[in-house]
Ligand binder design. Structure first.
Ligand code: NAD
Length: 379
């Protein structure tokens, strides 16, 4: 039986959103275990988080540099580190981890800026270590089903895509109230230059390319800062051109009052179309030009192999956000274990990695440039 992989976490301190989700997801399939962390920029809060997570107190470190130094010297040191901090730390933490010989699973966006992601790409290539990127939505079984339908040719040539990612939580100047998730996301120094396009637009962009298998080749985007005083975009409407003559629209907004986490993807081919709603992730709509409409359910035995491979429960027993995250972790664990067994291999195509990170940062950079020029820009 193979051992559990040892995980370190940077971020995820008291009150953090996504760090604890990473722990739950990574541990879901019993292949990994959180053993160490630098959970906060405050040593005291990092220690407090270590107690909450129930790890050995000597492995709740004051900062990430201390963690990488200490863990790389231990025979039972961490096998990989998860990065769940504000964006400006993604590059320095990843570089430090790779330099210490530690594999990385990072949250998106890969870095704060496009220049940074090019440095990161070089660092990942040089280190030759696995680097995964948690574009969570890639882990849903019905996203895998949609992908197989699009890329396997069932829908026919893809002609049109409509993707939208709408939230309402930044409809008012929440960042001025001390709410910490809003505060760093609205600060260009910690977030990078893309506001809602960086935070959620990158997910919409990734889902589009991931499901269709087509690259976006050009964008014509309009960005707005709707809330007075806000330093970064909080609303985006964009037209897309994709490979093979397809076109599309991408909407991302955090001022869409009343919306919670409305990520919706529609893809139209010559023969039919798919429609997936993140808030109802256990069904996938499939419509045919020459046939009746279908509603496919997660866990249905009739689904394709890609969807069934990442399904844990029978139909009618809903899986959600944590399970989707856990699919990415399971694929990452398999890469690390194969490597340990002397069979190093690249990440599977289903698991986002550094290329997805570069594409996401290019999307942000191109979107800002298009808005500045009020025109189309090529990728
Ligand atoms: P958050 O503000 O809730 O948490 C950030 C954590 O990082 C905090 O605990 C903070 O103390 C810690 N931190 C800050 N500086 C640190 C340092 N120097 N060393 C160690 N820890 C430090 O933010 P969040 O909402 O959890 O977002 C974190 C990252 O995850 C962002 O990059 C965000 O884009 C991404 N994210 C991804 C998803 C997804 O669906 N994949 C969802 C939410 C957030």
């Amino acid at each position: 039986m193979s051992r559990k992989l040892r995980m370190g976490l940077v971020g995820g301190g008291p009150g953090a959103f996504i760090g604890p989700v990473h722990k739950m997801a990574a541990e879901l399939d019993g292949k990994m275990e959180l053993v160490a962390g630098a959970f906060s920029q405050s040593a005291e809060r990092s220690r407090a988080a270590g107690v909450t997570f129930g790890i050995d107190p000597t492995r709740a470190y004051a900062n990430y540099a201390e963690m990488f130094l200490a863990e790389s010297k231990r025979p039972d040191g961490i096998d990989f580190v998860v990065i769940a901090t504000p964006n400006h730390l993604h590059l320095p933490v990843t570089e430090a981890a790779l330099a210490a010989g530690i594999a990385v699973m990072s949250d998106k966006p890969a870095t704060a800026t496009y220049d940074e992601v090019l440095k990161l790409q070089a660092a990942v290539a040089k280190a030759g270590l696995p680097y995964g990127l948690t574009h969570t939505y890639a882990g849903y079984s019905l996203v895998r089903e949609a992908r197989a339908l699009c890329m396997g040719g069932k829908l026919g040539p893809i002609r049109k895509v409509a993707v939208e990612y709408l939230q309402g939580w930044l409809s008012r100047p929440l960042e001025t109230t001390g709410q910490k998730q809003a505060a760093w996301r609205s600060d260009p120094a910690q977030n990078g230059p893309g506001g809602c396009i960086g935070d959620i637009g990158t997910h919409a962009f990734h889902l589009t390319e991931y499901v269709t298998g087509l690259k976006v080749t050009a964008i014509n985007a309009q960005l707005r800062r709707v809330v007075p005083g806000r330093k970064l975009d909080d609303d985006c409407n964009a037209l897309l051109r994709l490979e093979q003559g397809a076109t599309g629209t991408l909407m991302a907004s955090q001022i869409a009052a009343g919306e919670r986490n409305r990520l919706v993807l529609r893809v139209y081919g010559e023969n039919g179309s798919i429609e997936w709603h993140q808030e109802e992730p256990n069904t996938l709509g499939v419509k045919w030009l020459d046939g009746p409409e279908e509603l496919r359910h997660a866990g249905g035995g009739y689904l394709g192999a890609d969807a069934l491979a990442v399904t844990r429960l029978p139909a009618g027993h809903p899986e959600g956000y944590i399970e989707a995250f856990a699919v990415l972790y399971r694929e990452f664990a398999d890469v690390l274990l194969a490597r340990e067994a002397g069979n190093p291999a690249p990440l599977p195509e289903t698991l986002p990695g550094i290329e997805a990170g570069v594409r996401g940062m290019r999307f942000i950079e191109r979107t800002i440039e298009s808005d500045r020029l009020s025109n189309w820009v090529e990728f």
